[in-house]
Every structure is written in C-alpha cells, then in structure tokens.
Ligand binder design. Structure first.
Ligand SMILES: Nc1ncnc2c1ncn2[C@@H]1O[C@H](COP(=O)(O)OP(=O)(O)O)[C@@H](O)[C@H]1O
Ligand SMILES: [Mg+2]
Length: 294
C-alpha cells in the first residue's frame, strides 16, 4: 500500500535581503510503500535535505501534492504541521547535537519526545529502556552523550527518533560523521528497527555504499527524481537502469548518463520493437572523429 505520495512537488527558497529565489525541488514525484526503507541519493545541492524537511513538516512546499498516510502536508496550517511533527515524525540528523541534549543522560533523552506527548513516566521509562536495549545500549543508559562513542551517540539518536512511535522515520546523512565500520553497524540497527517496528523510513545520503543498505534507492538530480532501483544486485550506481517518467512524460536522466551526453542539445527518440531508444549518435560520432584526428 502506498504510504507516501508526492506529485509535482516544488520548493523555491526566497531570501528577502537579496531578493533571490532558489529552486530546490522542481516537480519531484515519488511514492513509497508502507514499511519500506528507501534511500535518496544525490550530489550536494540536489534537494535531498529540502525533501526531508518537507516530509518532516519543518518547511512548507511552494507547490505540489504531498500525502503521508491520510494527511495532505501541502494543505496543513502552521499549527497542524507542528502537531504532525510532534506526533508522527521521527528524525535523525547528521550532527549528534541536533538529535540529543548533551546535558542529560541518554535514557532521559529518549524520554523527552514521550514527555511532550504527555505519556506517563512509567510507560516512558519502560519504552525508553526497551528502545535503548534494541540499539545495543542497555549498559549505557545512564551515560551522557559525551561519554559515548560516535556510533553509540547516533544509535541513541535512533532510539530517540522512535520513542514516540512515529509513522515515518527520516534520516539526513546519519552516518556522515562515522567511519565505514561504525556506519555499517548503525545501518544494521536502522534496518532491524525498520523491520521490527514496521516503520516507513527514508534515509538521505550522498554515499552509494550507505544507500545500498536500504531496500530501494532513489536518485535525485537537480530537484527531481531520476533513477530508481531496488538495491538488491546493485554493484555500482551505474547499474541503475530505471528512470522515472512523471505525469507529464518528462524524465530526468541519471547523473552518470548526463555526464556522457551533450546537454542543451536535442536527443533522438525512437520506438522500436516495444523499446524506446534515446540517442545522440551524431555527437558521439563527432567525438570519435575528433579523438581520431588527435
Ligand atoms: N534556507 C535556504 N535558503 C535558500 N536556499 C537554500 C536554503 N536551503 C537550501 N537552499 C538551496 O536549495 C538547494 C537544495 O539544497 P538542499 O536541499 O540542502 O540540498 P542537499 O541536501 O541535496 O545538499 C541548494 O541550491 C541550496 O543552496
Ligand atoms: Mg543536505
């Protein structure tokens, strides 16, 4: 069942002082099934964080349709969005100081999102202990974040993100500060929690090795989805052979394909034996000729 549906999503940032408008998302379309764990991969500035901020209810879309469960995020008022954030969304950010409060221990940290919802203390403690045990921190509950390793801190952040039983879990480069071994460990816990809690999870990353640990990989280029693929059998990003055709029939080619063609120039399209073939043969031929001449 589709749980998150995004159509024609646009986000334009406006800076008053400079009177400059920056388009961050340009007609993004995406659907995600309930319980799925997907990664969104793309170069810096492609709009990954913006997409997460919209799904987290932390910023409003400039235009478009965004549905999470039975809620239309694009139609929420400021107040409704703040309730949505508090009740339904769990977030894990790259910087640990955004996930945890440094002055209190991690058990108290995990209790906080539940406190905000008025959950009684006994229940809070029970759930916080269960979650911290699930992320392998049962012996560390009374430690403050600075007494933990980088990987442990992110695992505590993960427990915090799930404390109030949100409907979606959003993570923005959660392994960005970790070495690859520790990152792998965090991702194993992440995956385990996604499966056992049945929570729909989206992780943003620019690292293909990190993205591979999720079920499905979606590539974002300049604010639009280009390639998407199940991660099974993907060895490199060049193995992504599927691109998304939106409701207008537009496609955004994957970055590695764009690098090999001449942009702002027409491509040839041909339907042949049930296949659609795109080519820029003339360019290629010219390139070859040039190389030979050298
Ligand atoms: N608050 C903001 N004000 C103005 N421009 C922004 C703001 N946040 C992001 N942008 C711009 O929007 C684009 C997408 O940014 P972002 O979503 O952060 O990309 P990513 O997370 O993929 O690096 C970039 O060009 C960025 O400079
Ligand atoms: Mg970002």
């Amino acid at each position: 069942m589709t749980f998150i549906e995004i159509r024609d999503l646009m986000k334009i940032y406006y800076t008053k002082e400079t009177n400059i408008r920056v388009p961050a998302l340009r007609g993004l379309e995406l659907s995600i099934k309930e319980g799925e764990f997907i990664s969104v991969i793309g170069p810096s500035g492609s709009g990954k964080t913006t997409l997460l901020l919209i799904l987290a209810g932390m910023t409003d879309p400039s235009a478009g349709y965004v549905k999470v469960g039975d809620l239309r995020l694009d139609q929420l008022s400021e107040e409704e969005r703040s309730l949505y954030r508090r009740y339904r969304v769990g977030t894990l950010w790259q910087l640990p100081s955004r996930n945890l409060i440094w002055e209190i221990n991690i058990l108290e940290n995990v209790e906080i999102p539940m406190r905000l919802l008025g959950i009684p203390r006994e229940e809070r403690l029970k759930r916080a202990k269960e979650l911290l045990t699930e992320v392998g921190l049962d012996k560390r509950m009374n430690h403050k974040p600075q007494q933990l390793s980088g990987g442990e801190v992110q695992r505590a952040g993960l427990a915090c993100a799930l404390a109030h039983q949100p409907l979606i879990l959003l993570a923005d480069e959660p392994t960005g500060e970790l070495d690859s071994k520790t990152a792998g460990e965090l991702l194993r816990f992440f995956k385990h929690l996604n499966k056992t809690h049945g929570i729909t999870a989206i992780m943003v990353t620019h690292d293909f090795d990190v993205a591979k640990s999720t079920d499905k990989l979606v590539q974002i280029v300049d604010g639009r989805i280009s390639g998407y693929s199940p991660t099974k059998n993907l060895i490199t990003i060049r193995d992504m052979h599927q691109v998304y055709v939106d409701t207008y029939g537009s496609i955004q080619l994957p970055r590695h394909v764009i690098e090999n063609i001449t942009v702002e120039k027409e491509i040839h399209i041909e339907e042949k034996e049930g296949k659609i073939i795109l080519s820029q043969e003339e360019e290629k031929a010219n390139k070859k000729k040039k190389t030979k001449a050298k």
